[in-house]
Write a protein that binds this ligand. Structure first.
Ligand code: ATP
Ligand code: MG
Length: 599
């Protein structure tokens, strides 16, 4: 390939639309072009990178025995209604693009493919003899993200590899899950990424065990907590830890005290000269279920702890049936506007007790008349605690469960683990924090979809039972950008050889010099014939411009047909190390073969 014939446009300046380095570099290098919010064109160099990653993914998937297929992007609403996800995906999270066809059928653009694959399995898998099975595809996914950003990191149209496995036993699912775990590690290692596998929340996809693969980078949108012994790592959404020790309370007598201006825990602890661990904080949430019913939720938690809203949402889904619902449409801290819609009188905000009277909720057929009261497990142990007195500027001290306040029946774990907490597996280890980019997510789904959609098979005993499923996602386009986020310098991208768009770029300092051009042409042919993917910068530009561009796009090796030609040599520069060597023309192919495909 010759640069003079390519659509090759690089930018000197950082584009204003980009915030993080990898996004800036991909735009500047001409790899991607933004078409609209979260939607990008992959230009030829980018497409080569994406293809390389796809090949690695395919090789590792095929090695596990999985089979490639291609499922439709246009999916009928009926399938999503069967699984119960149509409302959540099109309304609550609103992540699915939906449309209506000319005969008034509702359709969605695939954000993921559990429904489609389960419908296929329902029709095609009849017997345990067909199991286990694992199918995968590489495809463009559509998600109407609330905040598309950072280029390919969070797009509304992006490339994913997704696989779905089917089993006749939990043991078989676990076996495939661990094979996939290993395949994912192989993929990320081959792409040259520094990553960490972490325990993850299963979210709206559902199911039991799940693990995410995080590429470690400060620009990541996820928080990871881990221990230095390497035995524990989890997404903060899922992480568990030991809470700090409870400091015994000095308030032995139950009393109501005037505590003006103590809306926050910090101020209250200061005024009462007590530890935040002795304070019971009561946090109000407003949850709306898919049944249309809104429930006011009061979470009682230790003052020194925060509520993990992902864990809270999972608890609220478990009790959805009590409110005629299946899914949570929205969860938020009430704001003044939404309070107007349900409160009968102003709330004692900052001074709320755990037994806040249900009379605060005005009569409204769409609002549950009682608070749903939850207590975090660490708050159950509190003795002689401090909490709100139900009137502004007052708190009570020396309170006890079942004496002054009934203990809520629902005891849950909704506490947010944080850096510095002691680890559950070994309390001498403290949790450390890092930022990560989620590039993969593997799930043990179990029978969630097969049960909902009636995908059964006949087992060895002749019984009709639901298929046990696993699913495994990998963000191909996100991975490509994550690789850049982990590997660049002041001059541009530094691709790992395995996923670089080309291995070598030949820069001809002076295209009018026929000797330089002749050597360049000869090397272009020889290198490509040897399997070294090479492009030739034959543009009529200054050498300095060419070198800058070569560094910016990050091709691993640069050959310069410059001064050393006089001695029958060319200069070979390593992009990552900037190391330059003069190598005899006839040795260039062998020397680069050894570098690019080491034995
Ligand atoms: P996130 O938490 O980042 O929104 P997710 O948990 O919704 O992602 P999955 O449903 O697990 O994502 O999708 C599998 C993989 O697809 C993710 O691990 C990620 O690498 C990739 N992915 C998900 N959403 C996007 C997106 N909007 N743009 C690019 N890649 C994405
Ligand atoms: Mg995920």
């Amino acid at each position: 390939m010759r640069l003079s014939q390519m659509l090759w446009v690089t930018l000197r300046e950082d584009p204003s639309e980009a915030e993080i380095k990898s996004h800036k570099l991909l735009l500047r290098g001409g790899y991607i072009r933004r078409i609209t919010s979260g939607v990008y064109a992959y230009m030829p160099l980018m497409w080569r990178v994406l293809q390389k990653i796809s090949w690695i993914v395919r090789a590792e998937m095929d090695a596990t025995g999985a089979q490639e297929c291609l499922l439709p992007q246009v999916q009928p609403a009926e399938l999503w209604q069967e699984s119960g996800r149509w409302e959540t995906y099109t309304k609550a999270e609103g992540i699915m693009f939906s449309l209506t066809d000319r005969s008034n059928h509702k359709l969605g653009l695939g954000p993921t493919h559990e429904e489609v694959i389960t419908a296929i399995a329902r029709d095609m898998i009849r017997s345990y003899r067909q199991l286990p099975l694992n199918l995968y595809q590489l495809q463009t996914k559509f998600r109407d993200e609330i905040r598309p950003r950072f280029g390919l990191m969070r797009g509304r149209e992006f490339i994913m590899k997704d696989s779905y496995s089917f089993h006749s036993s939990e043991a078989s699912l676990k076996e495939t899950y661990s094979v996939m775990d290993q395949a994912y590690c192989n993929i990320f290692n081959r792409c040259g990424l520094k990553f960490r596998a972490v325990d993850a929340d299963s979210g709206a996809i559902g199911g039991s065990g799940s693990q995410e693969f995080m590429v470690l980078a400060d620009a990541g949108e996820d928080d990871v907590l881990y221990t230095d012994d390497g035995k524990y790592a989890a997404n903060v959404e899922k992480a568990i830890s030991l809470a700090s020790d409870l400091v015994p309370s000095a308030f032995t007598e139950y009393q109501k005290l005037l505590t003006p201006n103590t809306e926050t825990i910090a101020k209250l602890a200061e005024v009462l000269k007590c530890s935040a661990t002795q304070i019971l904080k009561n946090v109000l949430y407003e949850v709306t279920y898919d049944s249309g019913i809104t429930v006011l939720v009061l979470v009682s938690i230790r003052g020194d702890q925060e509520v993990n809203e992902v864990k809270l949402q999972n608890e609220l889904v478990k009790v959805a049936e009590n409110y005629q619902g299946k899914a949570v449409l929205a969860l938020k801290v009430p704001d003044p506007e939404s309070q107007k819609a349900w409160s009968s009188q102003p709330l004692p905000l900052g001074y709320i007790p755990p037994n806040l009277d249900d009379a605060y909720i005005a009569k409204n057929p769409r609002v549950n008349s009682k608070f749903l009261r939850l207590v975090d497990q660490t708050a159950v142990d509190l003795k002689d605690f401090v909490t709100g007195a139900d009137v502004a500027n007052y708190h009570v001290v020396g309170a006890n469960w079942e004496k002054e306040f009934p203990l809520p029946k629902l005891v849950v774990d909704v506490r947010k683990a944080k850096a510095g907490d002691r680890s559950v597996h070994d309390p001498t280890q403290t949790l450390q924090t890092a930022r990560g980019i989620e590039v993969g997510h593997i799930f043990q789904l179990g029978t969630k979809y097969s049960k909902a959609m009636g995908a059964t098979y006949t087992n060895e005993n002749g019984e009709e039972v639901p298929l046990i499923m696993g699913c495994y996602g990998l963000g191909v386009s996100r991975l490509a950008q994550a690789a850049v986020e982990q590997s660049y310098d002041k001059d541009g991208i530094i691709w790992n050889v395995a996923i670089a768009p080309y291995h070598v770029i030949i820069c001809v300092p002076n295209v009018k010099d026929s000797a330089q051009m002749a050597v360049a042409e000869r090397l272009l042919t020889e290198l490509n014939q040897a399997g070294i993917e090479t492009i030739l910068d034959d543009r009529d530009e200054r050498a300095g411009v060419k070198f800058k561009d070569a560094d910016l796009v990050g091709i691993p090796f640069r050959i310069v047909t410059g001064r050393s030609l006089a001695e029958g040599k060319v200069e070979v520069v390593n992009r990552a190390t900037k190391e330059a060597n003069n190598i005899a023309i006839e040795q260039v192919v062998d020397s680069l073969l050894a570098e690019i495909f080491p034995k």
